[in-house]
Write a protein that binds this ligand. Structure first.
Ligand SMILES: Nc1nc2c(ncn2[C@@H]2O[C@H](COP(=O)(O)OP(=O)(O)OP(=O)(O)O)[C@@H](O)[C@H]2O)c(=O)[nH]1
Ligand SMILES: [Mg+2]
Length: 295
């Protein structure tokens, strides 16, 4: 994972370290670096900002050798992640019962799988989770969650095909309250985000379910689309946190940074495979080590 962006960084650091005293060549190299970042899913604005700051740092002699260059890059990238408020859903769930999360996202990003993985994490931490199939739009969606329920042993609240998703969410929460569930994880229909019905439906679910958190699921492999979806959902209904899936197969590397930069919301977890245990907390130190482990 993240192999391509790692290569962009190490190539740039090696070349730039050799050129630090030749300003003209260094500026060309920084320009090239900027475009390589962009072609690896780093949003244009953030690539521009990083490289502008880098030029300044070179001019002010803050960056003067390989070591200070690596330090600068780490610090700058980290600052975007540090500037957003972190969310600990497990801690929050220990304070509120039932703790309600609505999952958002377009088709095929891995929403339903991620809900099952999240439910397993909650169960492993001693919570009693309920998964809710509020996707009544696509035939088979309910069935999919039911199968995850069977495989994981975690109960699923099902609505009828074609029923109003908001009313299913409402009934599910009532059910959770009377049955003593700690956490309610609501799956929503994944349509194209350009579908205006989707937004109306989501707004209604949110109004009725009053979730404590709205988590957006995006697929890293879709690159710039993932960033656009984040901006879209955040504007349309507000996003509290993001889970990036399919990171196990993702090489470009720019998606996490671009999302945090674009909507100023934390990436809380990453999907790293198809198994139920393949959901890991997103850790900024590990991320930086991975992309900037230059010897
Ligand atoms: N490699 C990998 N595959 C994943 C990951 N997360 C989900 N998938 C796969 O992506 C595919 C789609 O996942 P779903 O959970 O059905 O996606 P969805 O967003 O619910 O899709 P719709 O309900 O059709 O909108 C499945 O084959 C999952 O196994 C991940 O982190 N890594
Ligand atoms: Mg689904």
């Amino acid at each position: 994972m993240f192999r391509r962006i790692k290569r962009v960084f190490s190539k740039f650091i090696d070349k730039a370290s050799a050129l630090l005293f030749s300003k003209e060549q260094l500026m060309d190299l920084i320009d090239e670096f900027k475009f390589e970042l962009i072609s690896n899913d780093v949003a244009y604005d953030v690539a521009e900002e990083i490289t502008t700051k880098l030029v300044e740092a070179v001019e002010n002699k803050i960056v003067r050798d390989k070591e200070s260059l690596i330090e600068f890059l780490k610090k700058t990238i980290r600052s975007y992640f540090d500037s957003v408020e972190l969310i600990d859903i497990f801690h929050e769930a220990s304070k509120t019962k039932p703790y309600i999360i609505v999952f958002l996202g377009v088709n095929g990003v891995g929403k339903t799988t991620t809900i099952a993985k999240t439910a397993v994490l909650f169960r492993d931490k001693g919570f009693k989770p309920l998964m809710v199939a509020a996707d009544t739009f696509r035939a088979g969606a309910q069935e999919q969650l039911r199968i995850h329920g069977e495989r994981t042993g975690i109960p699923v609240f099902m609505g009828k095909y074609g029923a109003d998703p908001a009313s299913i969410a409402f009934d599910a929460i009532r059910h959770a309250e009377t049955r003593g569930y700690d956490v309610v994880l609501i799956d929503t229909a994944g349509r194209m985000h350009t579908d205006s019905n989707l937004v109306d439906e989501l707004r209604k679910i949110i109004r009725v379910a009053k979730p404590h958190r709205k988590i957006l699921v995006v697929d890293a492999l879709t690159g710039n689309d993932a960033i656009e979806q984040a901006v879209f959902f955040d504007k349309a209904v507000g996003v509290d946190a993001v889970i990036v899936t399919k990171v196990d197969a993702y090489e470009q590397g720019g998606v996490p940074l671009s999302i945090v930069y674009s909507i100023r919301k934390p990436i809380i977890m990453i999907g790293v495979g198809q198994g139920y245990k393949d959901l890991k907390p997103f850790n900024i130190d590990e991320f930086l080590d991975k992309i900037l482990s230059v010897k």
